[in-house]
Write a protein that binds this ligand. Structure first.
Ligand code: FRU
Length: 459
């Protein structure tokens, strides 16, 4: 067998170039839209665009938003789509780099909130600047970005991630009657222990709970959590926190209470949207900014990064489980001849489910001996033994019991779902073998593997 391409087939990935955050994810007039931070030439970023009717088959629609005005010329940065009022209304950050210090003062960078609208999701209006640096609280640095807009009790709210002039993470909350004129909803919320910067806030209601999703930069790494350069997690509230006193948020929004969306090496900046049939779906960037890993093997083939699989969100007590949407099961082709100990898959793409006995104390899964997934003494670990991890080493998390694993392998990305979405680990993995991937499992009750060959997107 010839060595396969590392280009993913079941994860959204543009025809060429660099991708980062998902943007403006929504369902609008019968179509799903996923925009994303896109740089075809690894330089300034704009928005790339995918559409789908069924969440499984996607069409690449090109790059509808370019950094082409003087208010976003260094990047049409991340933002959201608001669709509650019958139009597609996009709010994003126009980044303009100026001479000077980008990080601490207001002169070095403009971060503008820019608005465009569309009636069909294809043709977009001219850009309109809604807010600029002078509109933010005076103790903010020039880092204020990634608007999330939502509607509650007839009013519109906007959340923005920020960094104060004395380098503390902050969350700004604005309110508006018409989406065009915005006032600070309340004093900004200083997030005392959340590092120096906050990016990509999201906020949604599910099963009578309110979820605030944040990406803090700066908090220290720990042994079993917060292991990446930057983090991504959520807080659950019983009430709509942005119409309550600030203190309620302060009490809960502390790093100790942050629940991570994903414990792998490669996950950041997720967005959540609702499907036509009421499911909440989360999709992230399978990457982390400034991460110390090298992805030359992908770059050599002309691309870098993809989005994660779309994951369905379910509340279980005070936790959110995330698991691939059921649509992906349609991708399963013939099953591999597999005993409970695993099997050899003659390609780099497969979907695998492993069931363990009750009260399993130890378990091990190895992929070509490149990557070992183990469960021992209440710790689940993913560890690369060689360069197939491209600089990635090990990620660990505490786990009470191991009942089920789902491994979704797609050319050079692996998503590991523990106990049907209780926890997830996403990682880039570049297998070298020409014979495919040998999945070896110990202490399982049952292992099933299906080959996956169909691509979800004809680029
Ligand atoms: C997060 C982020 C956002 C910003 C975008 C730029 O990865 O840094 O804060 O809007 O990427 O591409």
């Amino acid at each position: 067998m010839a060595k396969e391409s590392y280009r993913h087939i079941n994860h959204l990935m543009p025809p060429k170039g660099w991708l980062n955050d998902p943007n403006g994810t929504c369902f609008f007039k019968g179509t799903y839209h996923i925009f994303f931070q896109y740089s075809p030439d690894w330089k300034e970023r704009g928005w790339g665009h995918y559409t789908s009717k069924d969440l499984l088959n996607w069409k690449y629609e090109g790059m509808p938003i370019h950094p082409d005005t003087k208010r976003d010329l260094s990047g049409a940065y991340s933002g959201c789509c608001f669709t509650d009022d019958g139009k597609m209304e996009i709010f994003y950050t126009g980044n303009v780099k100026k001479p000077g210090d980008f990080d601490y003062i207001n002169e070095g960078r403009e971060h503008n909130v820019i608005y465009i609208e569309s009636n069909d999701g294809v043709n977009f209006s001219q850009k309109k600047v809604l807010m600029e640096n002078k509109d933010y609280p005076s103790d903010m640095s020039c880092h204020v970005r990634d608007p999330k807009v939502y509607k509650k009790n007839g009013k519109y709210y906007m959340l923005l991630g920020a960094r104060t002039k004395d380098s503390k993470a902050a969350l700004l909350s604005y309110v508006s009657d018409d989406k065009m004129h915005w006032e600070l909803n309340k004093k900004y919320i200083p997030l005392s222990d959340m590092g120096y910067m906050l990016e990509c806030p999201d906020y949604f209601e599910i099963d009578n709970k309110y979820v605030l999703s944040l990406c803090p930069q700066g908090p220290k790494n720990q042994e079993f959590r917060l292991q990446n350069m930057y983090h991504s997690g959520y807080f659950l509230f019983d009430e709509d926190v942005f119409s309550l006193a600030d203190e309620k948020i302060d009490e809960t929004v502390m790093m100790d209470n942050l629940k991570e969306w994903d414990y792998g090496f490669d996950f950041y900046a997720p967005q959540v949207f609702k499907t036509e049939d009421g499911r909440h779906i989360i999709v992230g960037w399978a990457g982390v900014p400034d991460a110390p890993y090298h992805n030359e093997k992908a770059r050599n083939e002309g691309f870098e990064n993809s989005l994660t699989l779309l994951r369905n969100i379910k509340t279980v007590g005070d936790k959110l489980y995330t698991y691939p949407i059921k649509e992906y099961e349609k991708l399963r082709e013939e099953s591999v001849d597999c005993k409970k100990e695993g099997g050899l898959v003659d390609s780099y793409s497969f979907d695998c489910e492993i069931t363990f006995e009750d009260n399993t104390k130890n378990a091990k899964v190895s992929l070509n001996d490149d990557l070992i997934l183990s469960f021992e003494d209440g710790v689940f670990c993913a560890k690369f033994n060689n360069e197939s991890g491209a600089g990635r080493s090990a990620r660990k998390m505490k786990l009470n019991e191991l009942k089920h694993l789902r491994l979704f392998m797609d050319k050079s990305i692996l998503e590991v779902y523990v106990n049907l979405g209780e926890n997830v680990m996403t990682m880039r993995y570049y297998p070298e073998s020409k014979d495919g991937i040998n999945v070896k499992v110990s202490d399982a009750l049952n292992t099933k593997i299906w080959k996956v060959r169909k691509s979800i997107c004809a680029n």
